[in-house]
Design a protein around this ligand. Sequence first.
Ligand SMILES: *Cc1c(COP(=O)(O)O)cnc(C)c1O
Ligand SMILES: [Zn+2]
Length: 475
Amino acid sequence: MLQTATNHNANQTDLAVQRCINPSCGASFESRSVRTSCDRCGDLLDIEYDWDRVAVPASLRGFEEAWSQRTNPVRFSGVWRFHELLPFAPLEQVITVGEGQTLLQKANHVARYVGMNSDQLYLQYEGMNPSGSFKDNGMCAAVTHANMMGAKRAACASTGNTSASLALYCSATQLMRAIIFVGSGKIAYGKLSQALDYGALTVQIAGDFDDAMIRVRQVAKELGIYLVNSVNPFRLEGQKTIMFRVLEALNWEVPDWIVVPGGNLGNSSSFGKAFMELKKLGLIDRIPRLAVINAGGADTLYELFERRGVRWNDGNVQMDPIIEYNDIMDRESIKADTIASAIEINRPVNLKKCLRALEWMNGVVRQVSDQEILDAKAKVGAGGFGCEPASAASVAGAKLLRREGLIAPSDRVVCVLTGHELKDPTATVAYHTTDQELFNKTLGSRGVSKASHANRAVAVPNELDDIIKAIQLYA
Ligand SMILES: *Cc1c(COP(=O)(O)O)cnc(C)c1O
Ligand SMILES: [Zn+2]
């Protein structure tokens, strides 16, 4: 089921380099090297290809040919069947566990809730990945690079899904040991249970995600452990394919809007890169608009982009407002706090790349409350296959943008549902419960006051007549 690295082939010249995203630096480094920032200026790195030497199909339809090769696990993969658009590793060296078999659902019940015309709202279910979240798209790419580099240990800090994904790739391939850092009490049980079950070394830091992130970077450097957080530029290459599959499902038509929850901002960053590259290669003629949705309790991007006017600005990002806001968060001890644990992040590592994606995709940022997130989540469940709380931020955000009139009812909108319904059953059960105490403890403490779309269990005595009466009353 998986392909492992062979020795470095001397005839194989790299098609890729790691390039600093800061245009006034522009330093480049070998793709076959391990780094998560620019040696010269410390900025983030991109993977850049020598497209003239890549055999990219003349049109996106050319990728349909990979379908006929699906008995080859590499072409079965929803990531690697687009290998020509992320060719940093030779095809014989890529690692797959069958990621990317996801669905784009036309969701008319949800469209009505959002205020869209029929047939115009689509949900991209990334929870259908092997570990239950979109993270597998990126993890297969990061693990491929780690393996090329001969890594025997890989680490990440995580709000849960990155660690579940890394742990799964390590258990399924047996190529390396997973070491995961989680904040204490800040991880949904579905996700923690995966990391434990898949045998990852699980380090629980007395702190939150932002603390765990700082520590894992220190430890990875100190011990020479391969880091797979989304500061890893190879991971973001894999995540581009989410957009390729959206286009594929729309018969290669470009939608009007992509709406995605924003946490560490890796996804939004990779979407911007994906569309920019497709445009440059002449494979699409226009780029959709991007909406990144923060949770109100973790809204750093919203604060910086919408309130303080911070822009990519051709790479000349004004750092003063960013430093100033970080100082405020320090001084006032502002900690991220939302039921949407996957986006409970206040210091997004990919901030600059996301600003760049917002510029390339003429994007906007919005924030939604936990109440709006959970109501939207209930609607996704009632009209589709369900999702975890963070994912529903995209639907709540689309509803808000519809209300503002920025999204028209006739636009074609794709909301990315990043994680599976079963990742966080606690939030779901608390929303639908009749137990007021459970509701208050789990959700009330987050400012959620009502569950307008709750589907409550009906309690009946153990009597046939009562049971029949109840069913006739409710269904
Ligand atoms: C990681 C994650 C996010 C946040 O994605 P970023 O790329 O960090 O912005 C959102 N939803 C789910 C379910 C996730 O696992
Ligand atoms: Zn640099």
